[in-house]
Design a binder for this molecule. Sequence first.
Ligand code: NI
Length: 171
Amino acid sequence: MSDMKIYTYPEPVLKRNAEPVENIDEGLQEIIDQMLETMYAAPGIGLAANQVGVLKRVIVFDGSPREEGSNPRVLINPEIVAAEGSIRWDEACLSVPDYTAEVSRKSNIRVKGLDRDGNPLELEAKDLLAVCLQHEIDHLDGILFIDRISSLKRALYKKKLKKKEKGKSNK
Ligand code: NI
């Protein structure tokens, strides 16, 4: 069982910059394990530490098709070092419930970081995995996918959210 809570918009922690990880210790391993559990339980294909209230540059993800089984992955201090092409993808986020919107991203990226043991890791990603990694790395910079849609669409989302909140408090 995981006891991590996924924070949702407009929780301030989602707008903050996560700090680079300097020590990969037992505490961090625990956070990583809990993040993976939380991601699979949600279920989601990616989760950034901000989303569970931890301001460390850590993301977990699993972009493999369900029929191939799970392939839990971790990137510490991820950084996009090359990017090309463009792709539009209907994105969703565990921190932005009940909403999807098309976002423009790079279609092919190369990402550098550390694996869970602190070994340097470089990986290439395209399409869904590239979108997922850009989305998660955005979280570490305090950016949500709704920050990358038109202001009109964003305003509509906020309106919808307000209505939902109002409905809750009226019950
Ligand atoms: Ni997200």
